[in-house]
Write a protein that binds this ligand. Structure first.
Ligand SMILES: *[C@@H]1O[C@H](CO)[C@@H](O)[C@H](O)[C@H]1NC(C)=O
Ligand SMILES: *[C@@H]1O[C@H](CO)[C@@H](O)[C@H](O)[C@H]1NC(C)=O
Ligand SMILES: *[C@@H]1O[C@H](CO)[C@@H](O)[C@H](O)[C@H]1NC(C)=O
Length: 339
C-alpha cells in the first residue's frame, strides 16, 4: 500500500506559511493544500506511552519482512514519505513511529519523567514491537534515530535482523561526556549548548518551526528542502512534551539532567558501549556538518557482524528525505547481508 498524502486544511497551511522565516526555500507565499506526510497513523500503548506510528500493513502480514524507520530531531515520521513506497514495492512491511514527544506519541502519566535519554528511546522501539507482536525487524535511522537504532540493535540483537545507521555508532559513554572538546566542535554543536539554557528552552518553545528551519539549513547547508517538507515536519512539534524532550536529549547527553531511574540498568549497559553484532550498513553523508564524513574505520571496533560503510555524496544529515533511494537501497543491502 502506498502512503496516502494527507490533505491539510488550506487555512492551517496559510497560517504556517505566514509565520515562516525560512529563506532557504522557494515559494513560501503560495498556499499549499496538501503536505508530504505519511498517513494514516495508528496508536498503540506501551507501559509508558501511547505511540503514534505509520504502518504500511496495519492488519499485519507475518510473511513480510519488517522495517522500522526512526526519525531524528527536529524532524518527523514524514522524513520517510519517499522511502516507504520503495520498500513496500519490494514486499516490506514498514513501520514508522513518532519518537516520544513528537507527533501523536504521548505519555500515559503526567508523572513519568520526560526523559529523552538514549536507553529510553531505544526501549520505546522494543516496547512498540512487543505491542505489535513483532519478533524481528530491520532498524534504520539517522540523527537521533541513529542513537535509537544503535541502542535497540546493541541491547536486543535477537529482535533485530539488520541495522542501517547514518554516522555509524552514536551510543554514548557518559564518562566521556565532559572530556575536553576541540574548539572546532563548538561552532557545529552550538545548539547542544543553547538547549542547556532557559533562553534556548523559551526560544524553542516560542518558535519550533523557526528552529527547525535554522537547524535544517545549518546542519545540511547544501540541501534545498521545500516549504512543504518543513511544514509537514512542523506539525509533529505541536506535542505537549516536544520542548521538554528536545532539550532533555542534550541536557542528558551533557550530564545536566539525570535519567529516569526506570532505565538505569539499561543506561549502565550503554556506558560500556556494547558492540553491534547484527548485519549493518552505515552511511556517512559528506555534506553533514555535526558529524563530519568518515571512511568508517574509526567505528569498526563497534561492529562484530557483517558491516558495509558508504559515503553518501552531495547529502546532508537527513539522508532519507534528501536521498530516499540511497536510504532504501541501504535497507535492501542490509537485508542481503543477513542472508
Ligand atoms: C503478505 O506479504 C507477502 C510478501 O510481501 C505478499 O506476497 C502478500 O500478498 C501479502 N499478503 C497480504 C494479505 O497482504
Ligand atoms: C516567537 O515566534 C514567532 C513565530 O512563531 C515569531 O514571529 C516571533 O518573532 C518569536 N518571538 C521571538 C522573541 O523570537
Ligand atoms: C556545498 O556545495 C559546494 C559546491 O558543491 C561545496 O563547495 C561545499 O563544500 C558544500 N558544502 C558542504 C558543507 O559540503
Amino acid at each position: 500500500m502506498l502512503p496516502a498524502i494527507r490533505t491539510i486544511g488550506a487555512l492551517l497551511v496559510i497560517v504556517l506559511s505566514l509565520s515562516s522565516s525560512c529563506n532557504a526555500v522557494g515559494t513560501t507565499s503560495t498556499a499549499v493544500s496538501s503536505l508530504p506526510t505519511l498517513s494514516p497513523t495508528h496508536q498503540r500503548q506501551t507501559s509508558t506511552l501511547s505511540i503514534e506510528y505509520y504502518d504500511s500493513e496495519p492488519h499485519g502480514n507475518s510473511t513480510s519482512p519488517v522495517a522500522i524507520l526512526i526519525h531524528g530531531f527536529p524532524y518527523s515520521i514524514d522524513t520517510y514519505v519517499n522511502v516507504v513506497p520503495k520498500l513496500t514495492a519490494q514486499g516490506y512491511r514498514v513501520i514508522v513511529p513518532s519518537l516520544r514527544g513528537f507527533g501523536g506519541t504521548t505519555f500515559l502519566s503526567p508523572t513519568t519523567p520526560r526523559s529523552a535519554e538514549q536507553a529510553a528511546l531505544g526501549k520505546d522501539v522494543i516496547d512498540l514491537m512487543d505491542a505489535l507482536n513483532l519478533e524481528k525487524a530491520i532498524f534504520a535511522g539517522y540523527d537521533w534515530g541513529t542513537v535509537v537504532v544503535n541502542v535497540a540493535a546493541a541491547l536486543w540483537p535477537e529482535r533485530c535482523s539488520g541495522m542501517v545507521a547514518a554516522n555509524s555508532y552514536l551510543i554514548q559513554n557518559r564518562e566521556t561526556a565532559w572530556n575536553v572538546a576541540p574548539a572546532t566542535s563548538f561552532p557545529v554543536k552550538w545548539y547542544y549548548y543553547v538547549f542547556l539554557t532557559p533562553f534556548g528552552y523559551s526560544s524553542l518553545a516560542n518558535d519550533t518551526k523557526g528552529w527547525a528551519d535554522v537547524l535544517w539549513s545549518k546542519n545540511s547547508p547544501n540541501w534545498t528542502f521545500t516549504e512543504g517538507e518543513l511544514d509537514a515536519a512542523s506539525l509533529a512539534f505541536h506535542n505537549p512534551d516536544y520542548v521538554d524532550i528536545a532539550t532533555n536529549f542534550y541536557l542528558n547527553r551533557l550530564l545536566y539532567a539525570t535519567g529516569d531511574p526506570a532505565y538505569a540498568d539499561l543506561a549502565n549497559q550503554l556506558d560500556k558501549q556494547p558492540v553491534i553484532t547484527v548485519p549493518s550498513v552505515t552511511l556517512d553523508p559528506d555534506q553533514a556538518v555535526v558529524f563530519p564524513v568518515t571512511d568508517g574505520s574509526a567505528t569498526a571496533k563497534y561492529f562484530t557482524g557483517p558491516r558495509v560503510h558508504h559515503i553518501v555524496k552531495g547529502c546532508g544529515e537527513n539522508i532519507p528525505l534528501q536521498e530516499p533511494q540511497v536510504f532504501a537501497d541501504a535497507i535492501f543491502e542490509v537485508s542481503r547481508l543477513g542472508d
